[in-house]
Every structure is written in structure tokens, then in C-alpha cells.
Design a protein around this ligand. Structure first.
Ligand code: NAD
Length: 360
């Protein structure tokens, strides 16, 4: 049975890094007879330039039809002055909410070859392998009412609503328990239950779910402590599960433990494991067009796609091993290179991964 893959390069370095990831995807498609049919579409600033909106109907339709989506990144200074409703980021948020991609999986893995690139001591981070499961379509980023209003006193007031219902908490909880079950069996739920009622309910639902997963050890941690523990002793964690805003912040913090945001893939899944796969970083306008961006996060996003939406662990393992071998062979893009060490460009790094795949 063939599967449809929609590729959305987006803006800035998006087209450069996606081009390398596409080559890797085409290579494994052939080698492992995956029967994937690849299409491309526009999203973000590129879609605004062509169609006046960040998420054109044809892109949304293609995304609905696709079995998985590979996205580069969106945004850039060219579109920063547009009103919020038609900014490039709305294309991304629209895809996430329209496709109900409620579960965001962000692994933070420190490749031993890159231990020196972390800002933490090598002994604190070496061998780090954690997974952050972030709820993506609810919480304070989507809660109503929201806005900026003028009070009777004439003072303006900004307000948002932090809301989760039991079903939303349960479905993200299940994703996290299932993920922990396939790893070391430890799940830490992050909340602010000492202050926010919404997370009192969050904690209750996680505790209830725990009885269905006796093989997973559940713990709870307040978000402020979790932020601290992530830099103090990050290896204590296996899987973390949390809401949209806390997950947004903690996953960026975890990203930095690994040295470069250019190494981190992500998956956003719906109920049926249809997913959108993208690097954790943005469109990096400061280096766009220079051919120096690190394509590995996008290539590793392809590996996640093969694992979660295509069901080919073999092809996913092959890509991850090839990335590791390219690093072993000494290939470093500028973001990974130690001072004084020469670096390679986006294409050379992509080629190094292809060569490592071919040699395996
Ligand atoms: P960014 O992640 O684009 O860049 C932060 C820093 O990391 C920059 O110095 C950049 O050069 C570097 N960097 C990022 N990816 C890299 C890579 N693959 N290789 C080497 N270096 C890399 O974040 P930002 O500067 O805050 O945002 C830039 C634009 O991206 C903004 O318009 C923002 O809205 C957008 N953005 C998009 C997404 C997304 O599409 N998912 C996520 C975050 C930011």
C-alpha cells in the first residue's frame, strides 16, 4: 500500500535542510521498498508570497490526505510586520490544530561525539536520552476567552485562559505512558498543581492512568523544579509529559543541553499516528541562503516519521546510525564545530549521511 508524504520546505533555511532530508527519504524509500509517494507544497511566508495566506486551502487539503508531513521551518523578518492572523507561524498552528496533532514528541539526545558542544559539563550530559511529550493543541495557547481589553478605569488588560478537560489530559497521558513503556519505563508528569487548578486535574488524571500502566513508574514534579533539575541532573529523566506552555519552554531548555538546536527532531502526532515531522529550530534567517545550516535535525525528523507514521523501524534505525557514523567520521556543520575546527556545509553533511547509509 503506497503512502502519501507531503513535504513543506517553508522559509529561511527550510528549503536547504529539507532538500537534504528529502534525498535521505528517497534513498530509504528505494532501499527498503517503502512505497512512499512524495509531494511538495507551500506553507508560511512562502505561501503568503504566492497566495496571500500562510496556510492555503490546497496545502491544508494535501496535508489532510497525506499520511505524514515533513516540514522545514516558517517565518522570517520579511513577514514580521504582518498582522498576527496572517503571519507565517499561523500556517504551522493551523496545521497542528486542523489535523489535531495534539502530541508533540521531542527527544533530546546527546550524541557522545558532541559532548563538548553542550554548555554543561560532559559528565552531566554525556549519554543523555530524554523524551519530552508536550500537549500541543490545548492549554493557554488556545484557551478562550483571550485578548486585550480596556477596563472601566481606562487601563488596558491582557488576558488568556489556561484550560484542559479530562479527555485532553487523558489522550496526551496515554501517548506518554506508551512512550515510557517502550523506553526505560519512567514517566515524570510536570505541572504547577500547587497554584493552578487546571494542573490539579492534570495530576489527578495522570494518577488515574498510572493504574493501567503498572510497568511504568509515574512521578510528578512542579515545573519550576523541572526547569532546575533539567540543568542540574538531566539524566534522572526518561520521559516527561506536560502541557503546551510548560512543554514549549522545557523542550527548548532540554534542546540546549545537547549543544545545538540543529540536532533535534520532533514529531507531532494525531490519534492514529499520522504526524507532522520537523526540526525543533526555526527558519534561522541569520544564516539562510548561505548553505551552512545543519540538516541533521530534519534528517532525524525523517527517521521519526519512518518510525511513527510509516512503521519502518529498520529504515529509521538505519538513518540514525548513519547520522552517528557521519559524526564519527568527523563531519561537523558550523553550529557543531569546536573553535578552530573546520566545518562542512549543509550539502556536504547531507552527503555524508547518504554515504554512511550506502556503506552500511
Ligand atoms: P531559530 O531557531 O530560527 O534560530 C536561533 C539560532 O539558532 C540562530 O542563530 C540560528 O542561526 C541557529 N540555528 C537554528 N537552526 C539551525 C540549524 N539547522 N543549523 C545551524 N544553526 C541553526 O529561532 P529564531 O531566530 O528565534 O527565529 C527565526 C524565525 O523562525 C522567526 O521568524 C520565528 O518565528 C521562526 N520560528 C519558526 C519555527 C518553526 O517553523 N517551527 C520555530 C521557531 C521559530
Amino acid at each position: 500500500m503506497s503512502r502519501d508524504i507531503l513535504i513543506l520546505p517553508g522559509d529561511g533555511i527550510g528549503p536547504e535542510i529539507v532538500a537534504e532530508a528529502r534525498k535521505v527519504l528517497e534513498w530509504v524509500n528505494e532501499r527498503y521498498s517503502l512505497d512512499l509517494v512524495l509531494h511538495e507544497g507551500l506553507v508560511g511566508g512562502a505561501a503568503i508570497d504566492a497566495h496571500g495566506v500562510p496556510l492555503p486551502d490546497q496545502t491544508l487539503q494535501a496535508a489532510r490526505k497525506a499520511d505524514a508531513i515533513l516540514l522545514g521551518a516558517v517565518g522570517g523578518p520579511k513577514w514580521d510586520k504582518l498582522e498576527t492572523a496572517i503571519r507565517p507561524e499561523k500556517g504551522l498552528l493551523g496545521l497542528r490544530s486542523q489535523l489535531e496533532l495534539f502530541a508533540n514528541l521531542r527527544p533530546a539526545i546527546l550524541y557522545p561525539q558532541l559532548a563538548a558542544a553542550s554548555s554543561l559539563k560532559p559528565e552531566v550530559v554525556s549519554g543523555l536520552d530524554i523524551l519530552i511529550v508536550r500537549e500541543l493543541t490545548g492549554g493557554i495557547y488556545f484557551g478562550q476567552p483571550r485578548g486585550i481589553r480596556t477596563l472601566d478605569s481606562g487601563i488596558r488588560q491582557g488576558y488568556n485562559t489556561y484550560v484542559y478537560d479530562e479527555n485532553e489530559i487523558e489522550r496526551i497521558g496515554r501517548v506518554a505512558f506508551e512512550a515510557a513503556r517502550k523506553r526505560q519505563g519512567r514517566l515524570c508528569s510536570v505541572d504547577k498543581a500547587n497554584v493552578l487548578e487546571v494542573t490539579v486535574l492534570w495530576r489527578e488524571v495522570m494518577d488515574r492512568l498510572a493504574s493501567e500502566y503498572p510497568d511504568v513508574e509515574l512521578s510528578h514534579m512542579y515545573v519550576d523544579n523541572a526547569a532546575m533539575q533539567l540543568v542540574r541532573a538531566p539524566k534522572q529523566f526518561d520521559v516527561l509529559v506536560t502541557g503546551n506552555m510548560f512543554g514549549d519552554i522545557l523542550s527548548d531548555e532540554a534542546a540546549m543541553l545537547t549543544g545545538s538546536i540543529g540536532m533535534l527532531p520532533s514529531a507531532s502526532l494525531d490519534r492514529n499516528n499520522k504526524g507532522m515531522y520537523e526540526p525543533c529550530h526555526g527558519s534561522a534567517p541569520d544564516i539562510a541562503g548561505q548553505g551552512v545550516a545543519n540538516p541533521l535535525a530534519t534528517i532525524l525528523s525523517v527517521a521519526m516519521m519512518l518510525r511513527y507514521s510509516v512503521g519502518s523501524n529498520e529504515a529509521a534505525d538505519a538513518i540514525e546510525a548513519a547520522v552517528s557514523r557521519a559524526l564519527d567520521a568527523g563531519y561537523r556543520t558550523a553550529d557543531l564545530a569546536e573553535a578552530g575546527v573546520s566545518s562542512v556545509g549543509t550539502r556536504e553533511m547531507g552527503q555524508a549521511v547518504l554515504d554512511a547509509l550506502a556503506e552500511a
